[in-house]
Design a protein around this ligand. Structure first.
Ligand SMILES: Cc1cc2nc3c(=O)[nH]c(=O)nc-3n(C[C@H](O)[C@H](O)[C@H](O)COP(=O)(O)O)c2cc1C
Length: 356
C-alpha cells in the first residue's frame, strides 16, 4: 500500500492519511458571513480526508474580499464554525482554519460599508472581481496602512486564531500566497513603504513573521501552518526576486517550529517551489497543485513531502480517499457552480455506492 494512505503527524496535527483537502473559497456563507447548515454538511461529507484546510476565512471585516465568504470575527461566526468542527470530528477528521486577509484584493461592495480596503501601499490591483450587487467590477483602490495601524492588523490575526480554537479547529493556517495581504507586504510590486515594513528584504518579511508569531502565541506553533507559492503572479502580484524573498521568509519562520509548510508548486515556472521549500524550511511539507493519484503516491513513497493537498478533485468527490484507495474514477464538477449559492454543485455529489 502506498504511504499516501498511511497516517502522519504534522506538529500536533494527527492525519489518518496523507490526502489533505486544500482550501477552497466557495462563497456559501450565510447572511452574516457565518457557516450555515449547508456549509456544515459540505465539510462533513469530506471529513475522511487526512486533514481539511478550510476555505479562506477573514480575520476582520477589512480583510474580506469576496462576496459571501465567511469570517472569524463575531459570535455567530464562532458558533457556525463550531458546528463545522463538531461534524468533522464526529467523523474522525482533522480540520484547520485558513486565515485569509485579502488586503487590496477586494471590492467594497463585498464587505460592510464601514470596512476600509487596506494594503501596504496605495496601489490598486489591476483586474476585476465579482460582486453580487453589480457583477464584475474593478478592484477597489486601497488606502496605505499607517505604521501605527499595523500592530492592530497583526492583533486581528491573533484574535481570529483564538476564535478558531474556541470554535474547535485543530489548527490554523496563514494564507501567505495568491496576492493577499501577507504576499502584498512581501512583494516589491505591492510594497513601496519606507518604514520598518517596507524597502529592505528584512522589512518586507516583517509583517508575515509578526503575524505568524501572533498566531503561534495562541496555542503553540505546532498547530500553525503557512501556505506559500513563491513567484505566483495571481491578483497582479510581482516581486523582483521571489527566491530571495521566500528564502528569507522561511529562514525567519524556522525558529518558530511551525506544524507544516503548505507549498504550491507553479507549473511552467522558473522557480522550483518544492525544492526551495525543502532547502529552506525545517519542518514537514504539504505539497499542492495539479497532483493526480499516481504522482501523489510516487511523491509520498519517495518522501518528497509529508502530505499532498487536493482542491479541485475534492469538489465532486467528497469520498476522494476511498476513490483513490479503490482506483475508482473521479466525478467532474461544473465550474459555473463554484461560487453560486445553495447545494447545487456543492453538496450534491454522491459518494461511491457500495456496488461500485
Ligand atoms: C474554487 C477554488 C477556490 C479556491 N480558494 C482558495 C482559498 O480560499 N485559499 C487558498 O489558499 N487557495 C484556494 N484555492 C487554490 C487551491 O487550494 C489549490 O491551490 C489549487 O486549486 C491547485 O490545487 P488542485 O490542482 O488540487 O486543484 C482555490 C481553488 C479553487 C479551485
Amino acid at each position: 500500500m502506498s504511504r499516501l494512505f498511511e497516517s502522519v503527524r504534522l506538529g500536533q496535527l494527527e492525519l489518518r492519511n496523507r490526502v489533505v483537502m486544500a482550501p477552497m473559497t466557495r462563497s456559501r456563507a450565510g447572511r452574516n458571513d457565518e457557516p450555515t447548515d449547508l456549509v456544515v454538511e459540505y465539510y462533513r461529507q469530506r471529513a475522511s480526508a487526512g486533514m481539511i484546510v478550510s476555505e479562506g476565512i477573514y480575520p476582520s471585516f477589512a480583510g474580506k474580499g469576496y462576496c459571501r465568504t465567511p469570517g472569524l470575527v463575531t459570535p455567530a461566526h464562532v458558533e457556525g464554525w463550531r458546528r463545522v468542527c463538531e461534524a468533522v470530528h464526529a467523523e474522525g477528521g482533522t480540520i484547520v482554519a485558513q486565515l485569509m486577509h485579502c488586503g487590496r484584493v477586494c471590492h467594497a461592495d463585498n464587505k460592510p460599508a464601514d470596512a476600509e480596503t487596506l494594503a501596504p501601499s496605495a496601489i490598486a490591483a489591476r483586474g476585476e472581481m465579482y460582486t453580487d450587487t453589480s457583477g464584475m467590477q474593478p478592484f477597489s483602490p486601497p488606502r496605505a496602512l499607517r505604521g501605527d495601524e499595523i500592530a492592530g492588523v497583526v492583533e486581528e490575526y491573533r484574535c481570529a486564531t483564538q476564535k478558531a480554537f474556541d470554535s474547535g479547529f485543530d489548527g490554523v493556517e496563514l494564507h501567505g500566497s495568491s496576492g493577499y495581504l501577507p504576499a502584498q507586504f512581501l512583494s516589491t510590486g505591492t510594497n513601496r513603504r519606507d518604514d520598518a515594513y517596507g524597502g529592505s528584504l528584512e522589512n518586507r518579511i516583517r509583517f508575515p513573521v509578526e503575524v505568524l508569531e501572533a498566531m503561534t502565541s495562541v496555542a503553540g506553533a505546532d498547530r500553525v501552518g503557512l501556505r506559500i507559492c513563491p513567484g505566483n503572479p495571481f491578483n497582479d502580484l510581482s516581486d523582483d526576486d521571489p527566491e530571495e524573498t521566500f528564502t528569507a521568509l522561511l529562514r525567519a519562520a524556522n525558529p518558530l517550529g511551525l506544524a507544516y509548510l503548505h507549498v504550491i508548486r507553479l507549473h511552467d515556472a522558473v522557480l522550483d517551489n518544492i525544492a526551495l521549500a525543502r532547502r529552506h524550511f525545517d519542518g514537514p511539507l504539504i505539497l499542492n497543485d495539479g497532483y493526480k493519484l499516481d504522482e501523489a503516491k510516487r511523491a509520498m513513497d519517495e518522501g518528497a513531502g509529508e502530505a499532498i493537498a487536493f482542491a479541485r478533485a475534492y469538489i465532486g468527490n467528497p469520498d476522494l480517499v476511498e476513490r483513490f484507495r479503490r482506483g475508482a474514477p473521479l466525478a467532474r464538477f461544473d465550474p459555473k457552480k463554484l461560487y453560486t449559492q445553495g447545494p447545487d454543485g456543492y453538496t450534491d455529489f454522491p459518494p461511491l455506492s457500495e456496488a461500485d
